[in-house]
Design a protein around this ligand. Sequence first.
Ligand SMILES: *Cc1c(COP(=O)(O)O)cnc(C)c1O
Length: 375
Amino acid sequence: MRFSTLLPLTNSDREAVRHQCVFTTHTPVPAGHDQFPLELVRQVLGEEYTAAVEAIRCCTPGVLNMTHTALFFSRYINGVSMRHEEISQTMFPSYPINSITNGVHATTWTSAPFHRLYDKYLPEWYRDNLYQRYAISIPLDEIRRAHAEAKKELLTEVERRTGVRLSPDVMTIGFARRATPYKRADLLLSDLVRLKRIAREIGPLQLIYGGKAHPQDEGGKTLIRRVFEAATPVADTIPTVYLEEYDIAVAKYLCAGVDLWLNTPQKPQKASGTSGMKAALNGVPSLSVLDGWWIEGHLEGVTGWSIGEDWQGESNTTVEAVSLYEKLENVVLPLFYKKPDAYATIMRSTIAVNGSFFNVTRMVAQYARNAYHFD
Ligand SMILES: *Cc1c(COP(=O)(O)O)cnc(C)c1O
């Protein structure tokens, strides 16, 4: 059969396709929504098909929009966090958008020391991540011991890769994700005078960065350069390493072994984010701008801390930088150095509250129930 005998597309054709398709939109960032000039579409598909796609709601004048095509042909559409549903709904007002928040694969992202700890206290966790809710009853000493092991494994790996020996006793902040301007990797380094004063007066700090830029993302490459340039002159006070070739193997060490996971996206651009979920599985609390999954996972002083006080509106970099320093200076570092039990309690509730929820077991069950209707 020649395909052209199927044209023009009827409503029942559309329904037949919709019946089989669900669509997850993944980012509000324009680069994540492929668009092709109709000239190119015409070369690839020919006149007849181009006329058919133009006739349905897949195109803006002169352009085939792949996201609009997917929206048009799907019976269920979702974003990857509650906030992302809201943002997507404003981007695509004529389609009903739902949300299923992302999750991470718990057994992949749980470090060996926590793996052993969960096996001991919550043996069912391996089959069903909901049991991580009961991490709340694991003794704090054991949480601390498992974390110290994960931290040691990270620092050993850092030394192997960079030759830099970091201290196991110093508050270690991790920041790693694709280097692109809206993620603002340099926010923590935006006021070095203040950061140095915090490290001297409140307690020492060391930083581990990771993340590659897309080869065509000049802004991302500039950002990596800025992190290097800012960190080098303060290296005596605040040892900083930038891990090259950030990949899953590096991420496993990093998300598990730091004491605090930092995330500074410009809201509302982060659709979900997943690295903070990986950290949570290992008892590592987040200090993060309220965007994406963190709006749902954030309980102040229970699972970590917010940068800025609310999730509405758009980021103000000056305000958020001040908030970041204030949280570090007045809340996070004093707790880490002066109240280690309180810090370990936060690590534990991070696992119980967020590890038990932001995982693939829950996510897949939600897709099955809400998108695919497998009951
Ligand atoms: C988890 C992960 C990411 C995504 O991190 P986000 O914080 O969700 O942006 C990127 N790269 C690697 C190698 C990862 O493991």
